[in-house]
Design a protein around this ligand. Structure first.
Ligand code: 4NP
Length: 155
């Protein structure tokens, strides 16, 4: 079982989008039993709130179903629980480390580092561009699946 935690600032836009898109991708490949997938925030600003409506609308339009996830802040325990902690931008990584401590087991990654276009994923909460966020997230997730397959992770 590969345990993956997607992380962004508020856990109402990018990281739950990544969570549901990735769940959809692994279901399509019938690999869902091999994964435990969740998402979390680096801030408690939106704690308890559901995925933002514009993120949900974009996922609905792409026929990706959303669960009833509500925002939660990442905890120190998450570092032990998960195998991959995947951030959306560099700032997230700095903030994750403030909460979980040093990344001694090299579990913390940035999503687009798995793609051929490594960079931050801009926050659609500020840009309003949910199409771009969606496309970037898909690009990163496709790279992540490829990475897992190349590493011969038990899929
Ligand atoms: P996210 O976007 O990090 O992609 O979930 C944000 C949503 C809300 C806030 C910040 C970022 N906020 O500060 O409320």
């Amino acid at each position: 079982m590969i345990k993956v935690l997607f992380v962004c600032l508020g856990n109402i836009c990018r990281s739950p989008m990544a969570e549901y898109i990735f769940k959809n991708m692994v279901e399509k490949e019938k690999l869902q039993d091999n994964f435990y997938i969740d998402s979390a925030a680096t801030s408690s600003e939106e704690s308890g709130n559901p995925i933002y409506y514009a993120a949900r609308e974009k996922l609905n339009k792409m026929h990706i179903k959303c669960g009833n996830h509500t925002s939660r802040k990442i905890t120190k325990e998450d570092y032990q629980k998960f195998d991959y902690i995947i951030a959306m931008e560099e700032k997230n990584i700095i903030n994750i480390k403030k909460i979980v401590g040093e990344d001694k087991e090299n579990k913390i990654y940035k999503l687009l580092d798995f793609s051929s276009d490594p960079r931050d994923i801009q926050d659609p909460w500020y840009t309003g561009d949910f199409d771009k966020a969606y496309n970037d997230i898909v690009k990163g997730l496709e790279g992540f699946i490829k990475y897992l397959k190349e590493r011969n992770e038990k899929l």
